[in-house]
Design a protein around this ligand. Structure first.
Ligand code: 5GP
Ligand code: ZN
Length: 118
């Protein structure tokens, strides 16, 4: 745990390595690991090492982290073989979006057609 992490947060515990998750990617700021309850054949979570409760609670100084997350998405999507056919990223922020883990994360989903509008 770093001073920027929260001892009571499951994603902080995963990001620090305290809880194993099958990490697929790690850099100084971001980790990627499989969602425990996948909704698509590839369903990964892109998580900041810093504990930020939600997108809405990001400070201006944190915004470069979004670029780091996208960089991780691009690399992992290639490694997972979904870059060519396509994928979706989602950030749930707050109750109406159904955010259940209060630590900033992107869902990276792919491996099948993802319905949008018909
Ligand atoms: P949210 O609704 O907050 O955007 O999504 C949180 C996601 O985290 C959910 O899809 C849920 O399945 C996943 N999740 C919750 N707890 C754990 C965990 O301990 N390990 C992993 N790998 N995923 C988790
Ligand atoms: Zn956290």
């Amino acid at each position: 745990m770093t001073p920027e992490q929260d001892n009571d947060c499951i994603f902080c515990k995963i990001a620090s390595g305290e809880v194993p998750s099958g990490l697929l990617y790690e850099d100084d700021d971001v980790v990627v690991f499989p969602d425990i309850n996948p909704l698509t054949p590839v369903h990964l979570l892109v998580v900041t090492k810093k504990h930020i409760p939600s997108l809405a609670e990001m400070s201006d100084g944190d915004t470069p982290l979004i670029g780091k997350m996208i960089k991780a998405v691009k690399q992992v999507a290639i490694e997972q073989g979904i870059a060519e056919r396509g994928y979706r990223i989602t950030i749930n922020s707050g109750a109406d979006a159904g955010q259940i883990v209060p630590h900033l994360h992107m869902h990276l989903m792919g491996g099948r057609h993802l319905y949008w509008k018909h």
